[in-house]
Design a protein around this ligand. Structure first.
Ligand SMILES: Nc1ncnc2c1ncn2[C@@H]1O[C@H](COP(=O)(O)OP(=O)(O)OP(=O)(O)O)[C@@H](O)[C@H]1O
Length: 241
């Protein structure tokens, strides 16, 4: 297992945003986390990646208890993430944005931040000049920039939060292929996504959250057949298309 959570909960006052969630993610998997708006998906990711500690429960990463580790420590352990609302440094160039990931992440022998950033921009097939300011980029370009920045840290585990939101169907096909390529390069992926087409086509395993609780966990085929999941909140048709 690369990641294991045991009874992870996060309470905001009286609100149980995440409640007693246990799951395991194997190395090399693409693991999907789905659920309706407000189900607790982002909060759960925040508990794993060190934005804040869980109120209860534990997180193990590569066999080590990392519960309560801050975000930079999680990054040094080999975790990286992209965000639902893309976060760039608007006045810095594309290359400099990606270099941030290389500088703060794990270095491999012989790598320079600039070289690594350039390599990762090529890897994600970034379509524009690398000296362009990030504030001039559109959504798809920013998503690729964020992916390149995350990968520049030499992560082993990548958390993707709604990477497909706002993309056209053609862009979605491109990002799907890229996600599979990242997985095939040896990076384990946790993907939070509303778009069922993407989730069902790339995930090896899926967990479903509803009102902070895990209500199902299985392969895409098992989740698709789970009447509780379909009826409870996705709508019976949503999983089939
Ligand atoms: N910092 C916070 N303080 C108080 N409540 C919060 C905080 N962050 C999240 N919440 C609440 O926790 C619940 C879970 O939110 P979260 O953003 O994790 O859900 P989500 O499944 O990621 O939703 P979405 O699909 O809309 O992104 C929501 O009711 C939200 O309002």
């Amino acid at each position: 297992m690369i990641l294991e959570t045991q009874g992870v909960s996060k309470f905001f006052g009286g609100l149980k945003a995440v409640n007693d969630v246990s799951l395991t993610i194997r190395e090399g998997q693409i693991f999907g986390l789905i659920g309706p708006n407000g189900a607790g998906k982002t909060t759960f990711q925040n508990c794993i990646a060190g934005t804040f500690p869980p109120t209860q429960g534990s997180v193990r990463f590569k066999g080590r208890d990392i519960t309560g580790y801050k975000a930079h420590r999680c990054c040094h352990q080999g975790m990286a993430r992209t965000y639902q609302i893309v976060r760039s440094f608007p006045q810095m160039s594309v290359l400099e944005n990606v270099m941030v990931g290389a500088v703060f992440g794990n270095h491999r022998k012989g790598e320079t931040p600039e070289g690594k950033a350039s390599e990762m921009l090529d890897y994600v097939e970034f379509p524009m000049a690398h000296d362009l300011q990030a504030q001039n980029l559109n959504t798809m370009q920013l998503k690729r920039l964020e992916l390149a920045r995350a990968l520049a840290s030499n992560c082993e585990f990548l958390l993707l939060d709604e990477v497909a939101a706002g993309l056209t169907p053609a862009e979605l096909d491109d990002i799907t292929a890229l996600i599979l390529r990242i997985r095939d390069s040896g990076v384990t992926i946790l993907i939070v996504e509303h778009l069922m087409k993407l989730i069902m086509s790339v995930c090896d395993q899926i967990a479903v959250l509803n009102f902070g609780e895990k209500i199902a966990d299985g392969t895409p085929a098992e989740i698709t057949r789970d009447e509780g999941v379909a009826k409870a909140y996705l709508g019976a048709d949503a999983l089939l298309h």
